[in-house]
Every structure is written in C-alpha cells, then in structure tokens.
Unconditional design. Structure first.
Length: 217
C-alpha cells in the first residue's frame, strides 16, 4: 500500500535498552570491592603497628637493610592498590552508562586488583619475619594479638578475601547476554538535515506505481 504525498513519520532515534539488573549488580559489586580495598589499606598498617610495637623489646638478628627494602616494596604495592581501587570506582560508574570501553577496562583492571587483595590478605607483618628469630616472632605475635582489638584480623581477612569474590562475580555478570545487549553500540541517525528526536520526516511524494506499469511523467 502506497503512502499519500505529504504523509510524515517520526524520525527514528535508536535508544539503549533499559539497564539490566545484572549490570547494576555488577557495578555495585565492583564499587564495594574498590571501597573494601581502600578501607583495608589503613587497617593493614594499623594491624602491622601492633607487631612493630611489640617487637621493640626484642633484639633483631640482622637483615635490617633487607627489611627496609621489604617495607618500600609493600608501600609501592599499597599505592598501586589504592590507584587501581580509584580506577575501579570510576569504571563502575561508567559501566552504569553502558560504555563498552569501561566494561573492557574492568575486565583488564579488576583481576589485577583482585590479585593485590589476595596477596594483602595473607601478607605477614614484614619486616619482622626477616630480622627476628622464629622464637621471638612467636612471642611478638602473641603480644601483638593481645594488644589489638579482636575484630581487626577477622575484618581484614573478610575484606581481603571478600573483595576478589565480589570482583569475580561482577565480571561474570558483565559477560552475560543481557549485559552484552546493553553494552552493544547503537547506530546513529544521520538525516540529510538537522533533526532531533520527535521531529518528523516527510515520506516520498512520489507514489509507487504497480509492478509492470510506468509512473506518471
């Protein structure tokens, strides 16, 4: 059926589908993992302070220079963890907008951050282990745990092991089919004249003649 001359139709403007719940959940998990990393950093240093304070009454057996190198390496790793956590927070917010580049960057950044969290969770309070005898370490550990709050080590363990789990679940959710449809790029409308969503575009004013016949001259 042909359209009469002068008939108008709305200008198409492809839109992004509604955000799937899986994407929103993934972004929330990424943000929580990033916050957990940032919160664990000062708690880790506080935890180590109890060991260093308890060690003041013991005589080191040597290896002070190695101990200083170990502390510097820990500081560099913690600075990298803080930077990656801030990046992950930004990526979680950008993923909500459906930016596929942010999703790809999340897949590249989050596993690295999860490895940092796992290492941090099992990290011993260096440099104590490199400069004190095993017998002194046992006594230092007992004194430190008597002085620190009972909830500190369980909280650090929860943050350190819970964050990688949250990151893993989030990355899986970002790879599900509903997320693929949400992040898929949409073709843009490029009319021959400036147009805005809701404008109308005139259809062809030339009627289509039946097959086998010629149109009017």
């Amino acid at each position: 059926m042909t359209s009469p001359a002068g008939t108008t139709a709305p200008v198409p403007h492809p839109g992004r589908p509604p955000r799937p719940r899986s994407v929103a959940t993934a972004c929330l998990l990424l943000a929580l993992a990033a916050v957990a990393h940032l919160a664990a950093l000062p708690l880790t240093y506080w935890h180590q302070d109890f060991f260093h304070e308890a060690a003041r009454s013991f005589t080191p057996t040597g290896g002070v220079s190695f101990a200083a190198l170990g502390s510097t390496a820990d500081l560099a790793a913690d600075l990298l963890t803080a930077l990656l956590s801030l990046v992950l927070l930004a990526l979680a917010a950008t993923n909500l907008a459906g930016a596929n580049g942010a999703r790809i960057a999340s897949w590249a950044t989050a596993p690295f951050l999860a490895c940092c969290a796992t290492v941090g969770a099992v990290r011993s309070p260096r440099p104590l282990y490199s400069v004190y005898s095993p017998e002194d370490i046992d006594r230092i550990t007992a004194m430190a745990r008597d002085a620190m709050p009972g909830w500190l080590e369980p909280l650090l363990l929860t943050l350190g092991l819970g964050a990688p789990v949250a990151i893993t679940v989030a990355l899986v959710l970002l790879a599900l089919p509903p997320a693929n449809g949400f992040f898929r790029s949409r073709p843009s409308v490029d009319p021959a004249w400036p147009a805005h969503p809701g404008d109308v575009v005139p259809r062809s004013t030339t009627a289509v003649a039946p097959e086998g016949s010629t149109g009017a001259g």
